[in-house]
Unconditional design. Sequence first.
Length: 334
Amino acid sequence: MALARLMSGFKPSRRPDPVPNPPSPARGNPPAAVQLSWNIHAACNYDCPYCWFHGHWDDFSGGNVYLPPGEWAGHWDRFNDRCGGAEIYIAGGEPFVYPGFEQIVARLSKRNVVFVITNLAWAPASVIGKLDPAKVAFSASFHHQAAGSADAFAEKVASLRRAGFHAGASIVAYPPFLRQLPDWVDAFMARGIYPVVQPFRGEWRGRAYPAAYSRQGRRLVEWLARGEFVGKYGPLAWRAAGGGRTDTERKTDDFAREYQLAPRVTRGALCNAGRSYGRLQFNGDMIRCSQGGYVGKFFDRDFNMGAGAQACPFRFCECGNEVVYVKGGPLGPG
Ligand code: SF4
């Protein structure tokens, strides 16, 4: 079926059973002075073909640093003493296969707000009563080839919400998946979960994406990413899907999405990356952003974030979640 008809003929096919999204922990806690992405290790229990690490795990895993929860707590305490409480987005690889991960998060969330980006291959029941929903939230990435049915996966996200956790979902618009995407989105929306559809960035069959999407493919990805289908769902599903996020979170999502759909040159623009945002790598290096810019070694006793916004040295910002720190972005310099 042509992609265009997938959009024009789209209608919800599941019985709605929306589960409201509890408030984001960013809402119920003092605003964080710093936001960090922590790539805790280059290792995963999946190996998705569209993953940035696919085919390169061995190139990176040698740099992984495995420390016990108590030692991590010492490093983070020193950081918090110096920089205050932070908003920490933990990704990998897969964070939950890092030894002692739940204990690390339990300690970390005492002084910080923690968002875990995970493939949710684990049972939601395993964190209930162990992690604090007032300080910890989840962003579950649906990887069809490993996770199986979208309905089963969406049900796991819904069970995290029922346990009080702010929980969302995302899907990569990998070219071979385009025809299945609307049905997957319906599986989430039926439970009141609005999945973030991310344009695929990378190579498929020798062609570079997102530029290589066909005209219809690009239109479908935009239609899904911008949520142009939501009018097909009732207010209950929409309220459940839209709830729980702060205004800043909404603004950053919108800014990031539009940038990913139409990237523009960032070189020379002032950016807060390195000052109020940083990326902690699995080897302990703190860098400005996913493209580089060394800030310091997190394990050093005198480690600190940069003092001020600096010009972006890169032609394009490669990460939608980071472009929000550039001048003009919702978290950029004034
Ligand atoms: S604009 Fe993007 S690429 Fe440039 S420094 Fe900021 S975060 Fe990095």
